[in-house]
Design a protein around this ligand. Sequence first.
Ligand SMILES: [Zn+2]
Ligand SMILES: [Zn+2]
Length: 138
Amino acid sequence: MAIKEPESMDDLIYFTNRTIAEGKVTAWVYKGPCPKCKKGIMGKPRDEKTGKVKIRAKEYICSECGHSEEKDSFEETLICEAKYVCPKCNKAGEAEMPFKRKNVKIFNEEKQKDVSVKAVVFDCEHCGERIPITKKLK
Ligand SMILES: [Zn+2]
Ligand SMILES: [Zn+2]
C-alpha cells in the first residue's frame, strides 16, 4: 500500500495528528474531484466579501462548474489515509478507509467510562486492533 503524504493543506479537506494511548495517528483526506464535470475540485465555498473559506459550510462546491454536494454524504465518498503507530502492538503502519464516521465506544479517561463518539475507524494491519480517529475532544 502506498499512500501519499500531503504536501499542502490546500489539497486537503481534513487533517489530524493525534496521540492514542501509546500510539499515534496522522490522518488526512484529499479534496475530491467534481462528480459532475470531473474537471473541478470540490472544496468549501468562499465568502463573497472576504474571500475566506467558509469552514463551517454544509456543502462543497466545484471550482469549475459550481456543482454542489451535501457535506456529509460527499465526504463519505472520499478516502481517508493514515499513518499510525498502533496503540496495542506499537508497530507502525499505513491505512486507507472511507471517510465515514461511525459511532464507536471509547474509554474516556476523565469520566472513567466508555463514551459513544463519532469516529473514522480502521484496523491495525499487524494485530487487527480497531483504531478510532475521533473528533478532537473538547
Ligand atoms: Zn464540476
Ligand atoms: Zn497493532
